[in-house]
Design a binder for this molecule. Structure first.
Ligand code: SF4
Length: 188
C-alpha cells in the first residue's frame, strides 16, 4: 500500500492580493512557515516584509528561521492550556513568569527568582525534531504557600524550561499583541 499526503502552501501579498509563492509539501503547517516565507521573499526580491500567519503555523524553530532572514513575524499564539487539572493553575502558567534577560533568570508570580545552571538539555518531539532548552528553579518553592497552585509535584519545586528559540518567540508574541489590527487582515 502506498499512502501519499500532500499539503499545498501559498503566500499572498496583502497589497495586491496576489499569490507570490506556492508549493506542495509532505509535512504539516507547523513545519511549513519558513520555506513558503523565504520563497515569497525570493520571488518578491524583497529585503524584508511583515509575515502574518495563523496559529497553525506557530512553531518556534520556524519563527526564528523567518526572523533570521529579516522577516517580521506576526504569527498567532497558541493558547496555553493546563493539561493536568491537578497541576499548574491558570494564574501560574509559564506566561506569568517574567524573563530577565540581563541576569538570565525568571521571576515567578510570588516574586521569587528562578535561576539556571546554564546547562543545555535536548528535547525530542513527536516529529523527531529536537531542540535545546535550559531549566530554571528556585529553592524557595519548598516554603511557598501557593506551591499547590503552581505545580502538581509532590516533591521538588516548579521548573521552567526556556528553549533556544525563546527570544524569537517572545519577539513574535510581542509583535502579535501589539499589531492586532494588522493581524486581523489575515482573517479576512
Ligand atoms: S512554587 Fe515556586 S515558582 Fe511557584 S509561585 Fe511558589 S516560589 Fe514561585
Amino acid at each position: 500500500m502506498v499512502e501519499v499526503c500532500y499539503n499545498t502552501q501559498a503566500a499572498v501579498d496583502d497589497q495586491h492580493k496576489l499569490v507570490v509563492a506556492t508549493h506542495t509539501i509532505n509535512r504539516n503547517d507547523r513545519n511549513a512557515l519558513s520555506a513558503i516565507a523565504l520563497e515569497a521573499k525570493e520571488n518578491l526580491k524583497a529585503n524584508k516584509f511583515t509575515l502574518l500567519a495563523d496559529k497553525g503555523y506557530n512553531n518556534a524553530r520556524e519563527i526564528e528561521a523567518c526572523q533570521q532572514n529579516d522577516l517580521k513575524t506576526i504569527v498567532a499564539q497558541q493558547e496555553l492550556v493546563n493539561s493536568n487539572p491537578k497541576g499548574t493553575t491558570k494564574e501560574y502558567l509559564v506566561d506569568k513568569f517574567k524573563y530577565n534577560k540581563k541576569n538570565d533568570t525568571y521571576t515567578c508570580p510570588e516574586g521569587q527568582t528562578l535561576s539556571t545552571f546554564g546547562t543545555w538539555h535536548i528535547k525530542k518531539r513527536d516529529d523527531k525534531i529536537s531542540y535545546q532548552y535550559k531549566k530554571y528553579r528556585t529553592p524557595e518553592c519548598k516554603n511557598c504557600p501557593v506551591k499547590y497552585l503552581c505545580t502538581g509535584k509532590a516533591k521538588g519545586g516548579r521548573e521552567i524550561e526556556r528553549s533556544q528559540y525563546a527570544e524569537s518567540v517572545e519577539r513574535n508574541n510581542k509583535n502579535y499583541s501589539q499589531n492586532q489590527t494588522l493581524y486581523r487582515k489575515r482573517q479576512k
